[in-house]
Design a protein around this ligand. Structure first.
Ligand SMILES: Nc1ncnc2c1ncn2[C@@H]1O[C@H](COP(=O)(O)OP(=O)(O)OP(=O)(O)O)[C@@H](O)[C@H]1O
Length: 238
């Protein structure tokens, strides 16, 4: 079923410090949307605002098919089908990977969900009996994504999934994430500093700079405009 997550006129702040201004975003199920921006641009804040992180004060609206999520607690947003994978990759280190996945399955989710998730994120299959504390950073990232999928969400928000990972594992994660929208009829939002990762994956890209959305379009358009990339995304002297 088609479903759309919409962010309308969203402004966000930490106490008195403004972090986002007038953001509009639309994510449809079955599509992948990329968020790019330098350090501190507001990518994490946007994802946290969508999941109603209590640390952030928000104006504007976040809704799924017109139903506002604004006044809901974070756990209720999750119940409505929005899964968030923060950049901290927190897994339960004393539990096995299988146990980490098992506790994330929502009531009512089909019993074959584990098998579907393992097919989608094959890296996790060989880790099921391992304890969380034994995993490498890349393996933890794969497990946190798999765990989020166990709740059969409609929307998956990924914050910096490639941070600190080796090129080989980034390639494996990219291959997995690329297939998620179609396999699970899922809307994916990927916030990243890794330009190539996002432009390879996303159907549509938004560029944030100091809390504002400064550019939106297709990855092809962004890749073909080095001046634009230099202006908004390159790091170093200007
Ligand atoms: N807990 C916080 N308290 C106060 N200000 C914060 C907090 N977290 C982030 N900020 C500020 O909000 C702004 C946006 O930060 P945010 O983490 O969303 O950026 P980002 O694009 O995700 O950056 P990065 O790629 O470095 O993670 C920055 O100015 C940052 O300093």
């Amino acid at each position: 079923m088609t479903s759309t997550l919409t962010v309308t006129g969203l402004s966000a702040s930490y106490g008195l410090a403004s972090a986002l201004k007038s953001i509009d975003l639309r994510v449809e199920k079955g599509r992948c949307v990329g968020l790019l921006g330098r350090n501190g641009a507001g990518k994490t804040t946007l994802l946290k605002s969508i999941v109603a992180d209590p640390e952030i004060t928000v104006r504007g609206d976040v809704a799924i098919d017109g139903r506002s999520l604004r006044k809901l607690a974070t756990y209720k947003v999750a119940r409505l089908g929005v899964a968030w994978v923060p950049d901290t990759r927190r897994i339960f280190t004393r539990l096995t990977v299988a146990e980490n996945l098992d506790i994330a399955r929502r009531r009512g989710v089909a019993s074959d969900q584990l098998e579907r998730v393992l097919e989608a994120v094959p890296l996790v299959r060989g880790l099921l009996k391992r304890a969380g504390y034994e995993l490498s950073g890349g393996e933890q990232q794969a497990v946190t994504i798999a765990r989020a999928l166990m709740s059969a969400p409609d929307f998956l928000l990924l914050d910096e999934p490639t941070e600190g990972l080796s090129p080989l594992i980034v390639e494996q994660l990219q291959a997995s994430i690329a297939r998620l929208p179609e396999i699970f009829d899922l809307g994916v939002v990927v916030a990243e500093q890794n330009f190539r990762f996002v432009t390879d994956l996303a159907d549509e890209v938004h560029v944030l700079e100091t809390g504002e959305m400064v550019w939106s379009g297709t990855p092809e358009l962004l890749v073909s405009d080095p001046d634009l990339v230099d202006r908004h995304l390159s790091v170093g002297e200007k």
